[in-house]
Ligand binder design. Structure first.
Ligand code: AMP
Ligand code: GLY
Length: 422
């Protein structure tokens, strides 16, 4: 069979690497992929905003299954469009993707179905939002309603910071904003909880904790993710049942009321406060770098899982996992998440010899004449599995030290909450 993967990050390289081992796969296309996927698949550069071009390519090459990695094509309705042409697609449709595309859609669903989440108010204009900032408690959380790659969220310590957030959001820093959300600040520990859905049933797909801030000690600006570990240290059977019963099942009921089903990965971003889950956000895809962290533990063939989802036969698959700890550290271009240089050569990649429990996934890289260049903020993901987090992280650092890339930097404290010594 022929498979197409849309996306160019570490998540997509990890998916590509994982499905390539299936005996059912003859060929993989990546749209547009990176230097890592190029070794496994054919990278294709198409205008991903032009659904017709994508559809024509898929039909022309007889691609049997399309996997959509990032949120934008999902929120824009690529699944709905391709399915009209009888193309098999892994990912949720446009209505279901509102769970990520509109924070207000999700908050209203929470309200209707009594899903635990931070108290909130929706503000349609600057003046009303600013009035509210005078009376609210601090810290408070202000969010743009748009897709903002995790950057449209402000944790404000006082009214002054709140005013800056309101101005920036309504002045279009994250695209045209008709609304913003002001939310109660929840004090707890975050956890990412993953499920996979075929429209009828769903199964758990692991837990993780990512480190979004650029600096050690979880300080500094938000990024796409500097590293992650799996499983989350917070998960237990009781908490898992609460997440399923109080959050995920009512959400699916809400979607059913809108006449839609959920198909694909669902990433539930939670704040855990005294073993009680509160929904912070949904993402309608796998996390990045959580995907790179979790997939190396998967024993069941990923292609079989994707295919069963598209056939609505997920009940026939027993998803099995290695009982290991996983740590992923992302090496980024110096300067990220602000300005950074592009087309910086990455030397020494050939010096890295991975053991069976070690993995290297590319993100913002391209290959040119046999050389690899960094072109994105997040460049490479190093992962290691072990019986304990400490050894896993040590092995990751061994590889990063061998790489010794002067153009990059990485956080040395990934997983500090699960590893006693820094
Ligand atoms: P989001 O894009 O909604 O996931 O928010 C980005 C980050 O902001 C989250 O990962 C949390 O660290 C933080 N955050 C968002 N909402 C809240 C909240 N209500 N209370 C505390 N922290 C929050
Ligand atoms: N790791 C955060 C995200 O994928 O949104």
């Amino acid at each position: 069979m022929k498979v197409g993967i849309i996306g160019s990050g570490g998540r997509e390289h990890a998916i590509c690497q994982n499905i390539k081992n299936s005996s059912k796969i003859d060929k993989i296309f990546c749209f547009p992929g990176n230097a890592g996927t190029k070794e496994i698949a054919e990278n294709i550069n198409l205008d991903l905003n032009n659904f017709e071009i994508i559809k024509n390519f898929i039909l022309d090459k007889n691609i049997d299954l399309i996997i959509i990695g990032p949120e934008k094509p999902l929120v824009d309705g690529l699944v709905d469009y391709l399915e009209k042409f009888k193309i098999k697609v892994f990912g949720p449709n446009k209505i279901a993707s509102q769970l990520e595309g509109s924070k207000i859609f999700t908050k209203q669903l929470c309200q209707k179905f009594k899903i635990p989440t931070a108290n909130f108010g929706i503000f349609e204009n600057k003046d009303k939002a600013k009035e509210f900032l005078k009376i609210t408690n601090y810290p408070t959380v202000i969010k743009a309603d748009n897709l903002a790659s995790g950057k449209g969220v402000y944790i404000c310590q006082n009214e002054k910071e709140g005013l800056v957030a309101v101005e920036e959001i309504f002045n279009g820093k994250f695209g045209e904003a008709k609304n913003l959300l002001i939310e109660e600040f929840l004090k707890g520990e975050e956890m990412s909880f993953f499920t996979i859905h075929d429209g009828n049933i769903f199964k758990s797909f692991g837990t993780a904790q990512d480190h979004k801030r650029v600096l050690e000690g979880d300080m500094g600006k938000n990024t796409g993710g500097m590293g992650a570990y799996s499983p989350s240290r917070l998960i237990n059977e009781d908490l898992k049942n609460k997440i399923l019963n109080k959050i995920i099942k009512p959400t699916l009921e809400g979607l059913a009321e809108l006449g839609t089903k959920y198909k694909g990965f669902l990433y539930t971003g939670l704040m855990i406060v005294k073993n009680e889950p509160y929904l912070i956000e949904y993402n309608v895809r796998m996390g990045d770098p959580e995907c790179q962290t979790i997939l190396p533990k998967l024993k069941t063939n990923l292609f079989d899982i994707f295919f069963s989802v598209c056939e609505e036969k997920l009940n026939q698959i027993n998803i099995q996992w290695l009982d290991k700890k996983s740590v992923c550290v992302v090496i980024c271009s110096k300067g990220y998440p602000d300005k950074f240089e592009k087309n910086v050569k990455i030397q020494n990649l050939n010096k890295i010899k991975l053991d069976a429990d070690e993995f290297l996934y590319h993100a913002g890289t391209v290959e040119n004449n046999g050389e690899i260049y960094a072109v994105g903020g997040r460049v490479l993901n190093f992962i290691s599995l072990s019986d304990n987090f400490s050894t896993a992280r040590k092995n990751v650092f061994r590889n990063l030290e061998k790489l010794n890339w002067s153009g990059g930097f990485y956080r040395k404290d990934i997983g500090y909450k699960v590893i006693d010594q820094k």
